[in-house]
Ligand binder design. Structure first.
Ligand SMILES: [Zn+2]
Length: 399
């Protein structure tokens, strides 16, 4: 039997079939009419037309008659707000980082905006900006790592107190307001100073207070414990890797959501997936959903190890949530509207709003999904990105 057709090829077939004009990928689209796609309007997907002009949405209504518009046949496609991945790593190994290439994570895979989760710090952020951010097709924002050299592949596990330089951090944050959206701290045993496991968490929150920026906290191996970290977090701070399962989870010893998690949520602290290679567990997700814990952002933590293994792609991560019983609208909101809100971006599909869209289809079949701890689930559908519309251009997608 023939295997499934690769998504990249399907994207090209769709592009040839559905565009009634010649268009190079990434070319400015001018006036574009997307016909009969299921568009996410006020929380539900409804079949309608959508007219885009010059990077903005002009109309969302049925049977728009627009002479001169290029047309894209949206039948069989869903048109949702552009995907936003809040946890990625984009500074590559050849410069000392742990990142994957933007072209493998960005608009060509349906992701219209990427947040680099602190791969660089005050000493190497300029290099990251020049070499990656300024040259990317995809809109990129960054978190600045509280450690001055960020996350270095060759230096994992060798941390001492004092790898930060507060004066320099302040300079970089002042210079790149708008581009740097927050501070990142990796609060996990192997990345913390043994003498004081909370040192960097405190430093990150100090910097956040000084510059009115949120902090993204990675939690992992103890110390520090969640019970120590959570009371320190402020409204809009984000706990990433919330569905980890390494003996230290968001649940207490009786399997209930920790009171400190609920208290943090009530204070406005956000929760983020950050799938990666060690931070997604089906049982933890399922248990959390059963307990009504469904307000979080879905992010991939794609970097040089999780792209070939486990997370693989943003769409693959989304499919795991879709097959775990979260409705499609909720999955898409957690991957677009919610993370966009955190970054201060607009994603509503309404006239006058920026035309940042991801068009995808649902493929039916039998698909095996795995988590990071050896658990597998069989799913009946998966999300396949077909086009991204971003910055006034159209991009055919692959997984
Ligand atoms: Zn990460």
């Amino acid at each position: 039997m023939m295997g499934p057709i690769p998504a990249e090829l399907l994207g090209l077939i769709f592009l040839r079939k559905s565009l009634r004009f010649r268009l190079m990928a990434g070319e400015k689209i001018g006036l574009l009419l997307v016909r009969k796609a299921k568009v996410l309007v006020q929380g539900s997907f409804v079949e309608t037309d959508l007219l885009v002009e010059g990077g903005r949405i002009r109309e969302v209504k049925s049977l728009i008659d627009t002479p001169g518009a290029r047309e894209l046949d949206g039948e069989g496609l869903y048109a949702g707000p552009g995907w936003v991945d809040l946890h990625t790593h984009l500074y590559p190994l050849r410069f000392g980082g742990v990142g994957s290439r933007e072209k493998n994570l960005g608009v060509r895979t349906g992701v219209t905006c990427l947040l680099d989760a602190g791969t660089t710090g005050a000493k190497n952020f300029e290099g990251f900006k020049e070499r990656v951010i300024d040259r990317a097709e995809t809109k990129i924002f960054a978190l600045l790592n509280i450690k001055s050299l960020g996350i270095r592949f060759w230096q994992l596990g060798r941390v001492r107190t004092g790898e930060d330089d507060f004066r320099m951090i302040s300079e970089v944050l002042s210079k790149h307001r708008g581009l740097i959206k927050g501070i990142k701290v990796t609060a996990s045993r192997e990345h913390m100073a043994a003498s004081d496991p909370l040192y960097y968490v405190r430093r990150a929150i100090d910097a956040g207070n000084e510059f009115s920026l949120p902090v993204m906290v990675h939690f992992g191996l103890t110390p520090p414990e969640l019970e120590q970290i959570l009371p320190m977090l402020r409204s809009k701070d984000l706990l990433t890797h919330c569905f980890r399962n390494a003996g230290h989870t968001i649940f207490d010893s009786r399997g209930r959501l920790r009171p400190s998690i609920l208290a943090a949520r009530d204070r406005g602290v956000g929760f983020d997936l950050g799938h990666g290679v060690r931070s997604f567990s089906f049982p933890v997700l399922e248990q959390a959903l059963l307990q009504g814990f469904d307000d979080f952002t879905i992010s991939s933590d794609l970097y040089l190890l999780s792209r070939p293994f486990r997370a693989r792609s943003f769409a693959n991560v989304l499919s795991k949530f879709l097959n775990s019983g979260m409705g499609l609208e909720k999955v898409i909101a957690a991957a677009s509207i919610k993370p966009a809100e955190w970054l201060g971006l607009e994603r509503a599909l309404a006239p006058g709003k920026p035309a940042e869209l991801t068009l995808f289809r649902l493929e039916a079949g039998e698909f095996i999904f795995d988590d990071c701890w050896g658990e597998k689930r069989t799913g009946t559908q998966r999300i396949v990105p077909v086009y991204a519309i971003s910055g006034g251009s159209l991009f055919p997608c692959r997984q």
